[in-house]
Design a protein around this ligand. Structure first.
Ligand code: NAD
Length: 367
């Protein structure tokens, strides 16, 4: 069955890294007859140049119709002074919102060959493979009331409201439990139920859903501040960490830094299942458009390649192909192939295209 994939390169290094991901996807199409149908369009600054807006209505329509969206990165100095709603980042926020992408999945994996890139001791991070599930469309970033208000006497008050409903908690928790079943079957749910009512509700609803439908998954709970500490002390104790928007923002950044390189980390954002039974999904590297190295064949394409791997796994259920792609990346790193961001002093780095070639030949060897 063919899969329609909306392909949005974006800005800066976006086109270069996405071209590499395209070659990898085409390799799978040719050798495995996977039938991926790539639909090209634009987002961010590139879309602003083409359509006068960072997310054209037609592009959004396609995003809502396809089986998955894969994106490079958006943003750059060229668009820094245009109005906020026309900036590249506004297009990204809008597509996430309109697609209803409420679950953000960020894996933090440490590849043995890159263990020295981490600032942590090797014995703490060796073999690390955790998944953070951050609720993405609720909580304090969206809650009302919000704003900055004059309260007289030269004083002002800033307000944001942490708010979660049963339905919002349950749908995020459901994704976490499903994910755990495909991994080591453990979920650690993190909140601040010691000091926040929204945290008490979060914990109660997670426990309830677990008892109703996911009794086979091991569930534990941790206060978010304790989790921040445990991520540094003993990160390998975790499999899936389930948490809200605010704590997830912080914990996922912390976890990504355990791995040492921003150019290596993919992400997925998932939404509801539509009327055709497909879960809305967008895949993208966690890094930005890196204008400082754009257009110079320097960027590491692995985060984007692994984002395609997450798409195989989570949108299409192509587990073997996803495993194969991860193994190919692992083999390339084991063979000492490095882009500039992961090269140790004295190692000669390869460019974006050459890293793509190396992954494709590693795939060919594996098949
Ligand atoms: P960045 O992630 O683009 O870059 C941070 C540093 O990491 C830079 O030195 C860059 O060269 C390096 N880097 C990033 N990705 C790399 C890769 N694949 N290979 C090698 N090196 C890599 O963050 P920034 O510099 O703060 O932001 C630049 C632009 O990207 C801004 O306009 C920002 O708004 C945007 N941004 C977009 C996204 C997104 O599209 N999801 C995310 C973050 C930032």
């Amino acid at each position: 069955m063919s899969k329609n994939i909306l392909f949005l390169p974006g800005d800066g290094i976006g086109p270069e890294i996405m071209e590499t991901a395209r070659r990898v996807m085409e390799w799978f199409n040719d050798k495995r007859s996977l039938g991926m149908n790539i639909i090209d369009d634009q987002i961010g600054g590139a879309a602003y140049e083409k359509y006068g807006t960072p997310l054209a209505a037609e592009t959004l329509k396609k995003a809502l119709e396809v089986d998955a969206v894969i994106m490079g990165a958006v943003g750059g100095p060229k668009w820094a002074n245009i109005s906020y709603d026309k900036r590249p980042e506004a297009g990204l926020l809008e597509i996430r919102k309109k697609m209803g992408l409420f679950a953000n999945l960020r894996p933090a994996m440490v590849f043995d060959a890159l263990i020295d890139a981490s600032t942590m001791k090797p014995e703490v991070v060796r073999g690390l493979d955790i998944m953070i599930l951050r609720e993405l469309t609720g909580g304090v970033y969206f809650g009302e009331p919000r704003g900055i208000f004059d309260i007289g006497g030269g004083e002002r008050k800033g307000i944001n409201t942490q708010v979660y409903t049963t339905a919002e908690i349950r749908r995020a928790a459901r994704v976490a439990f499903e994910l755990a079943r495909q991994r080591s079957n453990r979920v650690c749910s993190c909140e601040k139920s010691n000091v926040m009512e929204s945290g008490i509700l979060w914990r109660e609803e997670v426990i309830k859903l677990h008892a109703e439908e996911y009794g086979d998954v091991e569930l534990s709970h941790m206060y978010a501040d304790a989790c921040a500490m445990q991520l540094l002390r003993n990160p390998r104790q975790f499999d899936v960490i389930l948490t809200d928007n605010l704590f997830g923002d912080i914990l996922s950044d912390e976890a990504s830094m355990l791995t040492g390189s921003i150019g290596m980390l993919p992400s997925a954002s998932l939404g509801d299942v539509d009327e055709k039974g497909r879960r809305r999904a967008m895949y993208e590297p966690i890094h930005g458009s890196a204008p400082d190295i754009a257009g110079r064949d320097l960027a590491n394409p692995i985060a984007t390649i692994l984002s395609a791997g997450m798409m195989f796994r989570y949108s299409f259920g192509w587990v073997n192909e996803a495993d194969m792609l991860e193994l190919a990346v692992r083999n390339v790193l084991d063979a000492g192939v490095r882009t500039i961001d992961i090269a140790a002093p004295g190692e000669k780095p390869v460019g974006t295209k050459a890293m793509g070639d190396a992954v494709i030949s590693a795939l060919a060897k594996l098949s």
